[in-house]
Design a protein around this ligand. Structure first.
Ligand SMILES: *Cc1c(COP(=O)(O)O)cnc(C)c1O
Length: 430
């Protein structure tokens, strides 16, 4: 055990031993992650080279922002990375929810139907769709209909079922969420997504396939848009920002669809042609350059957490050996005290705000109280190490991010220490 951990963090030696034994047994899985990282790194560098990125693209314009060279270059590079015809990458897309909301409200018209085939979308989209609240601009209020199915309504034992029902619904847009979100299902792998998209397009040749790609970028060597998704959206303070982008969101897809979304972002007739980047192109491009490495570190941390908590008898999702398609590690902690202790430990491991104690709160857009541990350089950044979970049984904690693997490992050790300190709770022999 490192003297530093012993002296400065006063970690229980049993915990450090457990973590290091787990780490050693994961060597071959970690090697697999390195290979994915490498391929993604080449992909990003190649996109920058192909589009002749140069230091003039870190400058920006004023006023309308016509011919903002940095903006145009950044969008061309993102389109290349995501294997699409076009992209929008903007600092005024305020978060992932906004990026997704722009797509849905631009691509759906009154009378159309949106069909989610991965169950309920992420909590923050419920108001937009009209599942909760009553907002004048919700899709529901605009007479855009919504239906959802869980994935197992479509696929059973590897076979597609209920295809007639999908044809009968005849949606304008089929929506998939790649990541787990606040659920306990594995993220959808690109190979599975390919089969699902292919099947849906056989039923509905003209449907728009949209994917919420939040948390999924650079986990595999291809993205949903390489396997038939028409449009994807995500946040720059998650994976593709590499921990460096200060804000923003992206949308990538077919050029006619991206054009429609851009008209929603600005105004009909203006579209992509306007909009300042306020000097953000340097950090956005540097962020996406670093993202394959950062995502790899975060995933290794998630795998380590999965292995340890699985070994301790907790149910975990995904399991340590399972293929991944997002950075999230869900752990079922079964008690509110454990959820709070876990988050306290992760908070104490943070470089920023390590001294605060996370408490459950009513977060806008979420139905239950949520507890969150995060001490990030960028507010709300969840590619930086964080832990969170809704305060409802069975008290799942979602552990994600970590710009470096060692930081994620420290978070796990600190969390284990706090779990051990819950009265009458022996974490190692629970
Ligand atoms: C984070 C997330 C969102 C929403 O993104 P914000 O940036 O928090 O608005 C949507 N979907 C999924 C799967 C996410 O993980």
């Amino acid at each position: 055990m490192s003297d530093f951990l012993k002296e400065k963090y006063q970690l229980d030696p049993g915990i450090v031993e457990l973590v290091e034994a787990s780490e050693n047994s994961l060597a071959s899985i970690f090697l697999g992650r390195e290979k994915i990282k490498e391929e993604n790194q080449y992909k990003v560098i190649h996109a920058m080279q192909k589009h002749n990125l140069s230091d003039q693209h870190f400058n920006w314009t004023t006023g309308y922002g016509y011919n903002d060279l940095g903006r145009e270059k950044t969008e061309a590079i993102f389109a290349e990375i995501f294997d699409t015809e076009d992209a929008l990458v903007r600092p005024n897309i305020v978060n992932g929810t906004h990026a997704l909301s722009l797509c849905l409200s631009a691509l759906l018209s009154p009378g159309d139907l949106m069909l989610s085939v991965t169950g309920a979308p992420y909590d923050t989209l419920h108001e937009l769709i009209g599942l909760e609240g009553s907002y004048p601009h919700s899709l529901k209020n605009l007479n855009i209909k919504y239906e959802q199915m869980d994935l197992d309504i479509i696929i059973k034992d590897g076979n597609f079922i209920n295809s007639a029902r999908i044809r009968e619904l005849n949606p304008k847009l089929v929506y998939l969420q790649r990541s787990t979100g606040y659920s306990f299902r594995p993220a959808i792998r690109i190979s599975e997504m390919e089969k699902i998209i292919q099947h849906i397009k056989e039923q509905l040749p003209h449907v728009i396939i949209m994917v919420d790609n939040c948390y999924g970028e650079f986990i595999e060597t291809t993205e949903p848009t390489s396997v038939g998704a028409d449009i994807i959206a995500g946040s720059l303070i998650k994976n593709p920002g590499g921990g460096i982008a200060l804000t923003g969101g992206y949308i990538a897809g077919k050029s006619n669809l991206v054009e429609l979304v851009s008209q929603r972002l600005t105004a009909p007739g203006i579209g992509k042609e306007c909009g300042l980047t306020f000097g953000t192109t340097r950090s956005v491009l540097q962020g996406v350059f670093l993202a394959p490495n950062v995502v790899s570190e975060a995933v290794k941390g998630a795998i380590l957490a999965s292995h340890i908590f699985n070994k301790l008898g907790y149910s975990v999702n995904p399991e340590p050996n399972e293929a991944r398609s997002d950075i999230i590690q869900a752990i079922c902690l079964n008690s509110p005290e454990k959820l709070m202790a876990f988050c306290k430990g992760v908070q104490e491991a943070a470089p920023v705000d390590s001294f605060v104690t996370p408490m459950p709160w009513d977060m806008p857009g979420y139905q239950d109280q949520v507890i969150m541990a995060a001490g990030a350089f960028i507010q709300g950044s969840s590619i930086e190490l964080s832990a969170d979970g809704p305060m409802r049984p069975p008290y799942h904690v979602y552990y994600q991010g970590g710009l470096t693997y060692a930081h994620s490992k420290l978070g796990i050790m600190k969390a284990l220490q706090h779990l051990k300190e819950i009265p009458k709770n022996d974490v190692i022999n629970q």
